[in-house]
Design a protein around this ligand. Structure first.
Ligand SMILES: *Cc1c(COP(=O)(O)O)cnc(C)c1O
Length: 456
């Protein structure tokens, strides 16, 4: 057998032509989104008032296994895809492990993360529907950046509500978005009803993703020719992110490699869901088995310590209810530096798969995550995003276990992005000033108490 190269590249023609919808192979389907007023499943018509119609269809589609990727989207993908699948020979050597480590690197585009895979799809369907523009929220800024790029390319207007503390702490992210033509507003703001209400109730608040979502939805619903788009959590986003897993699997298949273990960080669940979907499909159909691990911050542990229940998706409670592993929409995580992993809930697809025992989850503390990030940067060269470094932490831990047991496991993990805009966090770590906050049961209870009191 030919030696496996450091990087397995696919050709342009091997960019997937269809996304894979893992819901089609799930025996227990994810629970439907509910209308908060009637507690009935959201209909296509209701969803289409908030989302583009084609995306609303994808959101509701639990049965079609493969969905065509329009040529226009594939052409955009060609500018930065296929993304490399890297064999981490250098890391394996440094760890002195018999494990074989691979990672799929999604940071090779200006937005610096996998989020562009869904941003271009969502912007495309908005354009095709003849809309003027889209609204969204962004926390750490990666999603807002990706969406700004996609909208600039297609000539769509883009209004971003950026969580106020990020807006102030990450001025460069904000300027990247503005360079791509987006209109960026710190949230909560006095430009929306819900924003004014939140400001009146919590003066001086530095915002949260939940607040920013409520503002973005309000503007979309009230503005002619606008719809709301979201960068994670929703099933449509997970669907678009399956290009990651489909490419990874195609690359590994070329060399006859089957991973034993697949690891990814989980914020809202889109990159992990996208990476694991084709492998999970084989597992669901009883063809192959894989150990799948979601890694989340100990400061925002929705899978490992949350409840599986219907909850609000946003602070203003304007969005549909979703059944998911959640800490409650009122839960405000401590100032963890992995901004993209601070959402209170988890994709309903992953929540169901986790509840069915088809994958496991682990939580890790941020100092341990940055130690892994530093080690990875020094050995593999890439400066990882703090979010991605959660997956690196567990991949290294597993490789070190193999060193003890002598097992030659094949580990695949998702390296979702780069960390150039997170240097304040790296600085904290380098100065020895980073701390770990693990919420107490008391603190979690406050979030649970705010969940909808419906028996579903
Ligand atoms: C947003 C983000 C994540 C987490 O989002 P998911 O939807 O869980 O994938 C992870 N890594 C990076 C770099 C991100 O920008």
């Amino acid at each position: 057998m030919e030696k496996i190269p450091y990087k397995i590249y696919l050709s342009e023609n091997e960019i997937p032509k269809q996304w894979y919808n893992v819901r089609a192979d799930m025996k227990n389907k994810p629970a439907p989104l509910l209308n908060p007023a009637t507690l009935k499943p959201m209909t296509l018509e209701e969803l289409s008032q908030v989302f583009c119609e084609e995306l609303a269809k994808q959101e509701l589609d639990d049965t079609t296994p493969y969905i065509d990727i329009p040529d226009e989207i594939r052409d955009f993908y060609k500018m930065y895809r296929p993304s490399p699948l890297v064999r981490a020979y250098c890391l394996e050597k440094a760890l002195d492990t018999p494990a074989k480590i691979y990672y799929k690197f999604e940071g090779n585009n200006t937005s610096g993360s996998h989020k562009l895979n869904s941003a271009i799809a969502q912007a495309y369907y908005a354009k095709k529907q003849g809309l003027k523009g889209v609204t969204t929220e962004t926390g750490a800024g990666q999603w807002g950046t990706a969406l700004s790029m996609a909208c600039a390319y297609l000539g769509l207007d883009c209004k971003v509500f950026m969580v106020k503390c990020s807006y102030e702490q990450k001025p460069f992210r904000r300027e990247v978005m503005r360079t791509y033509g987006a209109d960026v507003t710190p949230s909560p703001s006095d430009t929306t009803e819900v924003g004014r209400k939140i400001l009146a109730e919590h003066p001086g608040t530095t915002g949260s993703l939940g607040c920013a979502i409520s503002e973005a939805v309000e503007v979309a619903v009230k503005s002619e020719g606008y719809r709301y788009v979201l960068g994670s959590v929703l099933s449509q986003v997970l669907l678009h992110q399956t290009v990651i897993g489909l490419e990874a699997k195609a690359a590994l298949d070329k060399y006859g490699v089957k991973p034993d273990m697949i690891i990814g960080c989980a914020g809202g669940g889109s990159n992990l869901g996208g990476l694991v979907s084709p492998f999970m499909g084989e597992k669901l159909r009883g063809e192959k088995d894989y150990e799948i691990i979601a890694v989340e911050p100990a400061s925002c542990p929705s899978l490992t310590r949350g409840k599986y229940a219907y909850d609000f998706c946003d602070t203003g409670m304007v969005c549909p209810l979703a059944k998911m592993y959640t800490l409650g929409s009122g839960f405000i995580p401590s100032a963890n530096h992995a901004g993209g992993l601070r959402y209170h809930g988890m994709s309903s697809v992953l929540s169901q798969l986790y509840d069915d025992g088809l994958m496991t989850a682990r939580s890790v503390e941020q100092t341990a995550v940055f130690a892994a990030a530093q080690q990875f940067a020094r050995i593999e060269g890439i400066l990882p995003a703090p979010e991605s470094s959660h997956a690196i932490r567990v991949a290294i831990d597993e490789a070190l276990k193999c060193k003890e047991t002598g097992e030659e496991k094949t580990i695949l993990f998702g390296l979702t992005g780069t960390g150039y805009f997170d240097m304040v966090a790296y600085q904290r770590f380098n100065d020895g000033q980073m701390s770990d906050h693990i919420p107490t049961d008391e603190e979690l209870k406050a979030g649970f108490d705010g969940m909808p009191k419906v028996d579903l």
